[in-house]
Design a protein around this ligand. Structure first.
Ligand code: ZN
Length: 528
């Protein structure tokens, strides 16, 4: 681990710290790179500089971190995300910059120097960007590499931090068949927990996974453990630690975990073997794709140690008993595709093309065209490391109409869970996607709908609704002058305090979706 100039940081909030998320916990598509700190269900809690330094980056976005500040000092960058408002000096500079560029979104170093002492108020907490309830996302990075580091490596000085005397929770060991394998007399994956007994019978090659999570005192939330050690007959076979992460490989969390267990039941199963495409740098020791085996009549003792950062640990032991195969060999097994090679597959009217390395590891893939209008790419791999091409036909009723079509991902309940803009060529459309599952082509002919303008606490608000592709861009003008319209959870928001509205002024607002459908609304100021 790198050494830094300080071993304490100022608490980033003016209230005692209660965490709803920790560093390294598993989220969909990434490990969490900071601490989520509760703000009592409200916005507007003062956010304090964790260190003395200057603002190196300001971000204003409708997604991700929303409104965020990056503060550099003594080798560290501290990050404060999902804010509602910045320090008035930063707000003033930002407003001028936004009007000059006629752009609400911003991401870069500020054009002026904003220096703060540790403990100074730099902004106020909020719920902006991809946030599902008011909280502060606090992150500490190595300033040089911008790699996030576990913030609990520093003592946070201030109003206090939740004590953590609760050890992580060990839940189970997953035994995953790797070929011709039986576990407890069946061919399915098997979840062992201490309640089951002290041993598991295994015949043939298998992989292992560990299900565990951490809890902080008095908190209902489940977090990620700081690390897991696994020993087989006293020799270390797996060790990983959540000390630091790298944004460029962070999405490989999907290869670290059993992705099917996560997607289907939000179960956190850490694989003890490394898929070939997994580039994460969190392993001190881990297995490769060579399966484990215990010879018939032999036994092996598996010991799992799960730990949190303050040093609380939980351990579990299970004996693996080698057994002989008893069931008939499964002949219906799909052949695995080599992840290092290019693959073109077709079935009926659906085709896919996977570039070399698109898969995290060798996987079986089946295509389904059942003539119902939906198409499926079925694989236990569930998703890919890099995008692959999918080609499906446009529904007959829409062929050649020139209407914008989108490829929709359809979840188990038949709901759209993702859309990709696609071009029609010869009655077929193609898109680059990173997930397997069920797809359907639908027309997106409906323009965004802008609701009636409302005045709420000094802000002009218009709700915007769009089906399928979603809002791409928007613009508002008052007597021709650009208005600073921000995006907040499905609403366009203008701060009346910006001062460009005049009595009798004509206001025009547009919103355009991802395929180019345009919706607009015109009204006069003041609102009637
Ligand atoms: Zn967060």
């Amino acid at each position: 681990m790198p050494l830094f100039a300080q071993d304490t940081l100022h608490s980033p909030l003016s209230i005692p710290l209660w965490f709803s998320g920790n560093f390294g916990e598993i989220r969909t598509g990434h490990f969490h790179t900071g601490m989520d700190i509760r703000t009592g269900g409200v916005e507007g809690v003062p956010v304090l500089a964790a260190q003395t330094g200057r603002i190196s980056r300001v971000k204003v976005s409708d997604s991700g971190y929303g409104l965020a500040l990056y503060l550099d000092g003594r080798g560290l960058t501290t990050v404060y995300a999902h804010l509602s408002r910045f320090h008035p000096d930063i707000e003033q500079w930002l407003q001028t910059t936004q009007y000059a560029a006629e752009s609400w979104a911003f991401d870069g170093p500020p054009g002026e120097t904003f220096g703060f002492e540790a403990g100074d108020t730099i902004g106020w907490s909020g719920n902006s960007g991809r946030s599902f309830g008011p909280h502060l996302h606090f992150e500490v990075r190595d300033q040089r590499t911008q790699w996030p580091i576990n913030p609990l490596r520093w003592t946070l000085v201030g109003e206090g931090v939740t004590e953590d005397d609760v050890p992580p929770e060990f839940r189970g060991v997953w035994v995953l068949p790797a070929g011709d394998c039986e576990i407890e007399g069946a061919r399915d994956r098997f979840r062992w927990s201490p309640a089951y007994g002290e041993s598991v019978r295994v015949a043939g090659p298998f992989h292992l996974g560990v299900e565990a999570f951490d809890r902080l005192d008095g908190e209902p939330f489940t977090h990620g453990p700081h690390g897991i050690d696994v020993f087989l007959d006293d020799s270390l076979i797996h060790r990983h630690r959540m000390d630091t992460l790298d944004f460029s490989t962070n999405k490989d969390v999907s290869a670290h975990i059993d992705i099917a267990a996560w997607q289907d039941r939000r179960t956190r199963v850490h694989r003890l073997h490394r898929l070939p495409g997994n580039r994460l740098d969190i392993y001190h020791k881990t297995g490769d794709m060579t399966p484990l085996a215990v010879a018939p009549g032999d036994t092996a003792q598996l010991r799992v140690v799960v730990m949190d950062l303050p040093g609380n640990i939980s351990t579990a032991e299970v004996q693996l008993i080698g057994d002989s195969l008893r069931l008939a060999t499964d002949t219906a097994e799909f052949s695995l595709l080599d992840h290092r090679r290019r693959h073109r597959l077709t079935e009926g009217r659906i085709g896919i093309e996977l570039p070399p390395g698109a898969l995290y590891g060798d996987a079986a893939i089946a295509l389904v065209d059942d003539s119902s209008g939906t198409f499926s790419v079925v694989s236990e791999a569930r998703l890919t490391r890099s995008a692959y091409q999918i080609t499906v036909p446009v529904p007959v009723a829409w062929k050649g109409t020139g209407e914008p079509m989108v490829l929709c991902g359809i979840d188990e309940d038949g709901e759209v869970d993702g859309t990709w803009v696609a071009d029609e060529r010869g009655g077929m459309i193609g898109a680059k996607v990173k997930q397997f599952g069920t797809f359907e082509v639908r027309p997106d002919t409906v323009a965004p709908v802008l609701g009636s303008p409302r005045l709420v606490e000094g802000a002009l608000r218009l709700a915007v609704e769009d089906d399928l592709s979603g809002i791409d861009r928007w613009e508002g003008r008052c007597n021709g002058q650009w208005m600073r319209l921000g995006w907040e959870k499905g609403e366009l928001v203008y701060q009346v305090g910006d001062g460009i509205l005049t009595d009798g002024a004509e206001i025009k607002v547009w919103a355009v979706d991802e395929v180019g459908n345009l919706g607009h609304r015109e009204f006069t100021w003041p609102l009637k």
